[in-house]
Structure formats: structure tokens, C-alpha cells
Write a protein that binds this ligand. Structure first.
Ligand code: PZK
Length: 287
């Protein structure tokens, strides 16, 4: 990262720096979190896999929505992006019933105001994908909100646009991924506005950190699904009886190696590119 860049924000596993008045640098580390705790052991190349996947999806969906990506750096883990006015909304699309959507449904039969059919099981595919926005909590967990609450945050017209675009992005990506053996159960987007007020997709897109990726060949509703990328880590952590508070456990090398393999496999299946080709030329995923 450039020693002149000013740090503007930290995520759990990523950092943002300012490159100029209109440009940001997003840097993805190899850190991994599980059960909301960042572990002390890194997964080599995880940041490159997620950066490359995100860049691939930005290119694949550029006709659905403009995005903030300007350039992938030769290191494969950092991207230069347009700086936007971010919308104060987490934009989640769910195609399957998992996580907080499943929790809401069990309690109330609905999630974010969407009334769902009776008798759905955990991990069931929804009759159609739904848009379930949530607030950006500064700490702790985001809270699912209904359409009226979301429209109050961004305006009625902008809300309708974001919902339509988010659903279309999900349809395009979920169809592509399912044809390659990966179910995208749900996904989170962040959008911003450029200086013209045009809606622009920002952050990361359809990575395993912003989405639930499930192996299609193991899909079986009625139970939680294995995670395509993090299942070895979760199983290992569960086997220790760790209480899921920080600090998390160190990972043994076979868990690290297996997990790295799964990230690279997701990258290669979804992009149709060899990961080594990405390392040699990260912008190969943009074509
Ligand atoms: C922006 N975040 C969240 C993501 C973090 C924090 N294109 C943009 N323009 C203006 N602001 C942002 C973006 C983007 N993307 C996104 N915070 C600011 C975030 C990743 C790591 F530390």
C-alpha cells in the first residue's frame, strides 16, 4: 500500500485508504473470521481470491449496474475505486432461508416485511428472491428493516431503484454460480451515488465474505448448510469446544491448506480462470 495514503476505514478483514479526493484504495487481507471473531491465523491468498472474485463480478454485472472499480493493482489484493456518497443501507438479497432471515421467519413468519409461505424449512429456496435491507449498525449486528423504514432512509424512488437493481444483480450472479455448482444463498451489497446522482455498486460483490456460498451437490434443506469456504474452519473450531469469544484459536496447517483450496476452487469455478493466471495478471478477470 502506498505510504502516502491516508487510512479512512477498517473492516474486519479489509482496509480503505484515500488516494485523492475522488479515489479510494481497498485492500483485502488474508485474515479470516468465524462466528464473528477474526482468527489469529491467516489463509494465504484469501485476500487475492476475494479481490479477484469481486472484480470478476463487477465486470460480469456492469450492464446491470455501474460499479466503483477503477483498477486492480498488480498485487491482486488491492483495488482503486471511485469515492462515492454511500447510501446508509445494507442491501441484502436472499434466495434461500438462512441466517437472520430464517430467525425472523421462525419468530414471525416474515422477514423485512415480506410475508413468506407457511411450512418453510431452514435453508429452503424461497419462491422468489427477496430484498431485505438492514441498517448499518456502528457496532453489533445490523437490524433488518422493512421497505417503509428503508425508504425513509434513502427516499422512496431511490429505494425502488436499489431494490430492482439488487434483485437483478442477484439473479444474474446466482444463475451463473448455480451452473458451476455453487449456490449463493444470500448476499450483501453496498451502493453509493456518484456526483451525477447515479447509483453505483461499491464495496465487494458476491464474495464468500459478503455472501453465503453453499456447495450445490450437498444441498439439503431442513438443516444448516455447510459453507463452501469456511466449513473446515467452523468444524475445527467446534471440535475444540471454543466459546466463540475473542481471541479465537490458531488453525493447524491442514485446516489452513484445506480452506485455501476451497477459496481457490470457488474462484476457479466461478471465474473460469486458473488462479495462477490471476496471480500473473489480476486484470484477466475483467475480460
Ligand atoms: C466505503 N465502506 C465500508 C468496506 C472498510 C469499510 N466507493 C466508496 N466510496 C466511499 N466510501 C466507501 C466506498 C467503498 N467501498 C465503504 N466504508 C467506506 C468498508 C471495506 C473496508 F474498512
Amino acid at each position: 500500500m502506498p505510504d502516502t495514503a491516508v487510512h479512512v476505514a477498517s473492516g474486519k478483514v479489509r482496509e480503505i485508504y484515500e488516494l485523492g479526493p475522488d479515489r479510494l484504495l481497498l485492500v483485502a487481507s488474508d485474515r479470516i473470521s468465524t462466528f464473528d471473531v477474526v482468527l489469529p491465523t491467516e489463509i494465504p491468498d484469501k485476500g487475492r481470491v476475494l479481490t479477484g472474485l469481486s472484480a470478476f463480478w463487477f465486470a460480469t454485472t456492469r450492464d446491470v449496474c455501474a460499479n466503483h472499480l477503477l483498477h486492480v493493482r498488480p498485487d491482486g489484493r488491492s483495488t482503486e475505486c471511485r469515492r462515492l456518497e454511500m447510501l446508509p443501507l445494507e442491501c441484502i438479497v436472499r434466495g434461500y432461508l438462512a441466517g437472520s432471515g430464517w430467525k425472523d421467519y421462525q419468530r414471525t413468519g416474515r422477514t423485512s416485511g415480506h410475508v413468506l409461505p407457511d411450512g418453510l424449512r431452514e435453508s429452503d429456496r424461497l419462491p422468489e428472491p427477496i430484498f431485505t435491507p438492514s441498517t448499518k449498525a456502528l457496532e453489533g449486528h445490523d437490524e433488518n428493516i422493512d421497505a417503509a423504514a428503508a425508504a425513509a432512509l434513502v427516499g422512496e424512488e431511490r429505494f425502488r431503484e436499489v431494490e430492482r437493481v439488487a434483485l437483478e444483480l442477484y439473479r444474474v450472479a446466482a444463475e451463473h454460480a448455480a451452473a458451476r455448482g455453487i449456490l449463493i444463498a444470500d448476499t450483501k451489497f453496498e451502493f453509493g451515488l456518484d456526483q451525477d446522482g447515479t447509483l453505483v455498486l461499491a464495496d465487494e460483490a458476491f464474495t464468500p465474505d459478503s455472501s453465503r456460498f453453499w456447495p450445490a451437490d450437498e444441498y439439503e434443506p431442513g438443516r444448516p448448510q455447510p459453507s463452501f469456504d469456511k466449513q473446515y474452519v467452523r468444524d475445527y473450531c467446534e471440535s475444540l469446544g471454543w466459546d466463540k469469544t475473542a481471541p479465537g484459536p490458531e488453525l493447524p496447517e491442514e485446516i489452513v491448506a484445506g480452506t485455501r483450496r476451497r477459496y481457490v476452487e470457488a474462484f476457479e469455478r466461478l471465474t473460469g480462470r486458473a488462479f495462477d493466471d490471476y496471480l500473473a495478471n489480476p486484470e484477466c478477470v475483467l475480460r
